[in-house]
Write a protein of this length. Structure first.
Length: 264
């Protein structure tokens, strides 16, 4: 995390004094979300498995930021993260499940171990954290935002495990929203398409693929992480107080197409 987070510390704003947990906070969408929420005045508990990057976050910590290395796929780590948030700030108002991994390949191209790892991080992690946090979120009538994908609404070539895992996150989001809405807990998901993060850095080096994405995405480009973060911040906020169970494509118009090539 760069030093610009040091200046994003107002005590007022749309998220002022809300306690929000962000996973995957050391890079990509998670990092952009942490910066956005910090700029809106939130108190943050930031989690990531990358100790070196998280150390950079911790070195910048103020009284409003707490960082903890966490493997979200391990129940003891997930439970410890929720406990740390309560110990530090006394409440939880929001949970952003942004941590995730991408495992490419068809069913014959990746191992059973890779299949299970994809699900442990992308599905088990959000489940374990939501399970540990739900009682606290009921107390505060808080909110969960899961980072799913347009790959959970449709499917990509040669990404079977990722497609299946993100599809699980989509229906996990809907089911949580149904089960806990009466208690005042809102649960939503964002479903990005191509977003320019470290996860997609290899794709960004291939001009042919970037041209193909630009041709298929109506806005003609991939998203910046900050553009996804702004939607997450909105869904967490009181501005979205009557939105729950939504899996919102943030995809530059990609999902508006049925996939046919342009005619004419």
């Amino acid at each position: 995390m760069t030093n610009d987070i040091e200046i994003l510390t107002p005590a007022t704003g749309r998220s002022a004094n809300k306690v929000i947990i962000v996973t995957g906070a050391a890079s990509g969408i998670g990092l952009a979300t942490a910066r956005r929420l910090c700029s809106e005045g939130a108190m943050l508990v930031l989690a990531d498995i990358d100790q070196a990057k998280l150390d950079a976050v911790a070195s910048l910590a103020t009284e409003r930021i707490h960082a903890l290395r966490t493997d979200i796929s391990v129940q003891t780590d997930a439970d410890a993260l929720i406990a740390a948030a309560i110990a530090r700030f006394g409440r939880i108002d929001g949970l952003v499940n942004a941590a995730g991994i991408d495992q490419g390949g068809t069913i014959t191209q990746f191992s059973v171990a890779d299949w299970h790892r994809t699900f442990r991080v992308n599905v088990d992690g959000p489940y374990l954290l939501a399970r540990a946090a739900i009682a606290h979120l009921i107390e505060t009538r808080g909110s969960i935002v899961n980072v799913a994908s347009v790959s959970g609404l449709g499917a990509d070539w040669s990404h079977l495990a990722y497609n299946a895992a993100k599809g699980a996150v989509v229906n996990f989001t809907r089911a949580l929203a149904l089960d806990h809405g009466a208690a005042g807990v809102r649960v939503n998901a964002v479903c990005p398409s191509l977003t320019m993060t470290p996860m997609t850095a290899a794709l960004a080096t291939r001009a042919d693929l970037m041209a193909e994405f630009a041709a298929r995405i109506p806005l003609g480009r991939g998203a910046r992480p900050e553009e996804i973060a702004s939607v997450i911040a909105f869904l967490l906020s009181d501005d979205a107080s009557f939105i729950s169970g939504v899996c919102l494509p943030v995809d530059g118009g990609l999902s508006a197409s049925i996939g046919h090539p342009k005619l004419g």
